[in-house]
Each structure stands twice: as C-alpha cells, then as structure tokens.
Design a protein around this ligand. Structure first.
Ligand SMILES: Cc1ncc(COP(=O)(O)O)c(C=O)c1O
Length: 411
C-alpha cells in the first residue's frame, strides 16, 4: 500500500482536531503584540494560553533589546554546530550565567529543549543501565526514553512507593557496571503539581541513582530567586542534572542543562542533537542573557505572577469550579464531560466573553473528563481576571449540567 494513502486512515489521536478544528481549536492564530490581550479571528481576547509567565516577551525594553541585537549580529551567525564552527564567547558566557542562576557548577546550552533533552537522555545511559521515569512525563522525556538503550521502568505519577518499587527492581537486576538515571519534572505542565523531588532524593541513600529534572515550568516561576522547583522545595543540590527551557519564562527559544563540569564535558561530545545541528543564533544568545539579567533584577514580576495566580484560582473556586491543587502557576480546571463540552467551553468563552483558553480531552486526560488549563502571567491585570471570572460564571450552568450528566452516565 502506498505510504501516503495509508496515512489518511491513520490520523493519530490529534488528527481529528487538526483537520476538523483547524484554525480554531488547533493551530489558532493569536495575532498582534505578545501579551495578555491579543487578536483572535479579528477579535480582541484575553489570553490564558501562553507560557510567558513573567510577561517578559511583551515588555518594551525587551523588544528594544531584541531589535538591537538582531541589528548588531543578524540571525545567521554563528553557522554550524558548536563542536565545529558554531561556538562563541557569548554562548559560553550565557552558560556560565545560567549555571550560576540555577546554583549548579556548569551548564550546556541546547538549541531546542525538546530535542536537547531527548539527546541528553539518550547519551547518558547505555544498554547496561536503567531509566526510571514518571508516567506523566512530558512527551520529550517519553521520546528520549524511546531513544535510550537502557532498560526502562515507569512509576505511577508522584507515587513514592511505586517509584521505590521500580528502583528496587532496577537494583535487583543491575550488573556491576549498571547505573540508574531517574527522570521527572519539577512542575508538571498539565496538572500543575510539583514532582516529589525531596522524597525521591531521600531514596538515593538506599538505592544510588542520578536525577534529571525537567523544570520547564519551574524556571523563573518557582523558588524565591526564580531558580526553579528544586530551590522552592529546598533540594536543588539533590538534582544531578537540571533542565530548563527558554520557551516559557524567558519567552524565547533554546534551553540548557546544568550539572557537573564532567557531565557537561561528556554531553558536549555525545548529545547528538547538539553535535549535528546548528548552534543557537547570536541574537537569541544575547536576548537570553538579557532576560536572565531582568529575571534576576525583578523579583516583583514573579510576585505579581503569584498574586494573579492565587486571585484567579480563588475566583474560579468561588464560582464552583474544580481547580486542581496545583503548586506552580499552571491553573488546571477539571470537569466531567465529553470532547463536545471541551469545545463548547472554549467556543463560548472566546465568542461570548472574549476569553481565550485551551482545553484538552481524552487521550490527554482520562475519558469523560475535560481539562481547561489557564496560564496566568505577570502581565495580566485585575481587570483581565475579573472579566475572565465573569465569563466562567456565565457559562457555569452549562458546564455543571454537562458534568452532572456525565457523572450519571458513568455511575
Ligand atoms: C515540560 C516540558 N519539557 C520540555 C519542553 C520542550 O521545550 P522546548 O519548547 O524548548 O523545545 C516543554 C515545552 O516547551 C515542556 O513543557
């Protein structure tokens, strides 16, 4: 059978949405300057779907700096991979600054988070090793696991007993030269709960292992200095490899891992997506440095983010919504219902109330449930929050009735 013909009968779990809902539920176009208010389908909407947590991407001084460094360097240089021709002093300075920021001795810049962490996982373990990961890990960890040659064990989400069982299983099967890499997230991006890092780290004494933490959502948002979930939980030292991306709080592109110099040295020679791919362009490197400087200089942006997060959650709960007990700014509202309810909520909020939210249904969440995920930022105002709560209040009867119906169906 022709491969392309076969693909038509194999749309994948998101295929229905990418064809039927194109431009609306998937691939929507949020236009105009980045910020809490943008244009969607020609209408002004309050946006709760972008991870510019600190509101940095829309700041005038940031935009001016971006323009300045774009003018100075252009977007082409340096050409080639870091290993060959794409290195620069600026890249190395950024690495040093990132390492200092997250309280680690060294760091390695990655051109993209997703591919970068996949390669890091792939490079770190061999066929004698064990890779243990949380079942709710982001797709990049799951894909990294697919690449890795190690034997893989998965533990139930944030379940310390399940984690210990897998550790014990790995230790039982280990050969003398076997090692264990554990991968989890600092702040889970869909559910907003934090990885149980402290409890996990405590098990190192009994079952030695190395811990890699993907802190995409914790970098810049968690910890009193913004250095992430490990700092917030008081266990940054126990994280052996810290992964952060610029795709969220930095409102940029690129990522890094921070760890011991000997591991950075190893990854420089073995992380294939970095060795065989073009390095991060100069303006991105300089813009990342600027953002890092601003994040350190302006703790009040993080304070504002948290104020907004708590206000939004409190308001939603007062109306009667089930806001999951998230510990990072990700604000997930869970309700019973079908895919139709999910699209109805998104449509009603967008069309009738000028509020842009994103929702997910099965297979991302269990069948019969709908998760509306709101991402508060430091740039949202009280007015944005009040208008959004008014929208949620106006649609509550429809949502709660659908939830009751779903409950009766599944009872
Ligand atoms: C938890 C998590 N890890 C990794 C990534 C991938 O990072 P990037 O967008 O820099 O490729 C994302 C999404 O951005 C994420 O949410």
């Amino acid at each position: 059978m022709d491969l392309f013909d076969k693909l038509q009968g194999r749309p994948g779990p998101l295929g229905k949405f990418t064809s039927d809902g194109y431009g609306y539920y998937t691939f929507p176009k949020l236009e105009g300057p980045l910020g809490p208010e943008m244009e969607f389908n020609g209408k002004n909407v309050i946006v709760w779907s972008i991870n510019d947590y600190l509101g940095i991407g829309g700041r005038q001084e940031v935009k001016e700096y971006d323009a300045e460094v774009a003018e100075k360097y252009g977007f082409s240089a340096p050409m080639g991979a870091r290993l060959m021709t794409g290195n620069s002093t600026k890249h190395e300075e950024l690495e040093k600054e990132l390492a200092d920021f997250v309280h680690k001795p060294d760091a390695l810049l990655l051109n993209y988070g997703y591919q970068g962490i996949m390669s890091v996982i792939h490079a770190l373990v061999d066929r004698n090793d064990f890779l243990i990961y949380d079942e709710l890990s982001h797709a990049c960890i799951v894909d990294g696991k697919q690449l890795a040659m190690a034997e893989k064990f998965v533990f139930k989400h944030n379940d310390i007993d399940s984690f210990e069982k897998q550790l014990e299983r790995a230790h039982r099967r280990a050969k003398p030269d076997s090692s264990i890499l554990v991968v989890t997230e600092g702040a889970f991006g869909m559910t907003g709960d934090l990885g149980i890092l402290k409890e996990m780290i405590a098990l190192k004494e009994k079952y030695p292992f190395r811990l890699l933490v993907d802190d995409a959502h914790g970098l810049g948002t968690m910890g009193e200095d913004g250095s992430g979930t490990g700092t917030h939980l008081g266990c940054q030292d126990g994280i052996d490899i810290y992964f952060g991306t610029f795709a969220k709080s930095f409102a940029l592109i690129g990522a890094f891992v921070a760890t011991e110099p000997r591991v950075v040295e190893f990854l420089k020679a073995n992380a294939r997506s970095q060795i065989f791919a073009k390095s991060v362009p100069m303006p991105i490197v300089e813009s990342a440095r600027k953002r890092l400087e601003l994040i350190q200089k302006h703790p009040e942006w993080r304070e504002r983010l948290w104020e907004n997060t708590l206000k939004l959650r409190e308001g939603l709960r007062e109306i009667g919504y089930n806001v999951l007990p998230a510990e990072c700014p990700v604000t997930p509202v869970l309700t019973q219902g079908s895919t139709d309810l999910c699209t109805l909520i998104m449509r009603k909020l967008r069309e009738e109330h000028g509020v842009f939210v994103s929702g997910v249904t099965y297979p991302v969440v269990p069948k019969g449930t709908v998760l509306i995920r709101l991402i508060p930022t430091a740039a949202h105002t009280d007015q944005h929050i009040q208008k959004t709560l008014a929208g949620f209040n106006a649609i509550k009867d429809v949502v709660f009735e659908a939830a009751r119906k779903q409950e009766r169906m599944t009872a």
